[in-house]
Ligand binder design. Sequence first.
Ligand SMILES: *Cc1c(COP(=O)(O)O)cnc(C)c1O
Ligand SMILES: [Zn+2]
Length: 424
Amino acid sequence: MKKSKPLTTGWDLSATKDIPQAWLGYRCVGCSREFPPEGTPTTCPDCGDNLDAVYDLPYLKRHVSRDRVAVQPFRHHWRYAPLLPVSPPPDPVLAVGATPLIAAPRLATALGLSHLWLKDDSRQPSGSLKDRASDLALRHAHITGHHHLIAASTGNAAASLACLGAAAGKQVTILAPATAPRAKQVQILIYGARLIPVKGSYDTAFDLSLALSRRQHLYCRNTGINPVLTEGKKTVALEIGEQLAWRVPDVVAVPVGDGCILGAVYKGFQEARDLGWVDRVPRLLAVQAAGSDAVVSSWEQDHPVEVQARTVADSIAVNRPRDLTKALRAIRASEGRALRVTDADILEAQQLCARTTGLFGEPAAVTALAGCRQARQLGWIGPDDRVVCLFTGTGLKDIPAAEQQLSWPRAVPPDLDTLLRDGP
Ligand SMILES: *Cc1c(COP(=O)(O)O)cnc(C)c1O
Ligand SMILES: [Zn+2]
């Protein structure tokens, strides 16, 4: 692997050459084979597993302090540029990252907790945490000379790539299950991406998009295939650390589909620990819908399990998790655990969260909360543990799911006496 470039004085977006570069290349999470940083990576040609971006952390430790990061003038996730594989765009148009960490005392009480925060990624430019990954993918595509990107998605990754692709002036092709929520398909189309609805599951769309990207040499923003996505998503962990003044929480709860966010949260905290920014990695609680529990079952049975996914939480409906190795590593190495919650638990958590915090999340986004409630009941989370829940996407993208639990008030004639007499 190549040597790190020498450090100059500081870094800011107007002088990206000043950012200390510590990225060395990739390492396979299955067989540990190493790969150079050039070109566009896919999966390991030897064992087929996924790659991890590797940094010269001892070098960074000597030259970049957490206090240095904190004084960066820009309020988006490129403030962590030394820990990213690509340099920031000179002019980030849509500021991705730097989402609020919201204290939720009344929700905490309802769940039997004393300290609970929600990391609100529903207010990213396209409305989900996926923007962190798309932002890096677009920059990487640009640097590697690609003008056209492709992704298979359950909806959010697609909406995200379409959104940020439009901002960056890139062409985007999306393959999504024809059953993806209407709002997410509308997002893809309104941003001007080419949408190919696939008659089949996310997994079918995934395989098809991979074949198409290889045939037409498109930049592939597919989970698992592209290790750069993990690097974008790990900024959520770095932000949580910084927002809690580098006092890591006891537990971080993560909704899990492919397992990419989970693996990324672990990698973010692990690198922060290796740099001496935090003293440990929090225990990670991986939460899946009971009808889409391949990661939970794989963790329980200690070998890869596939399922036929069926859940109201479309963003985490996955038959075959594409980032399984990283997901299982995250659970085990953090002394975490995985558990499943029912669709009824998820919809209940959606309503409870909205009513106690003012945050309306899509079903996948509140799945971590439903998991916290269960983990608290099981005693795995203690009453005084400091808990952060990832809140990964806005509820406005899936109105039909939320509607299931609402009863509609009757319209009244515009007359005060009638309203007071039989009004709602
Ligand atoms: C994609 C997504 C997830 C799950 O992320 P994975 O990396 O697939 O595990 C959770 N919540 C939302 C809103 C998502 O869009
Ligand atoms: Zn390998």
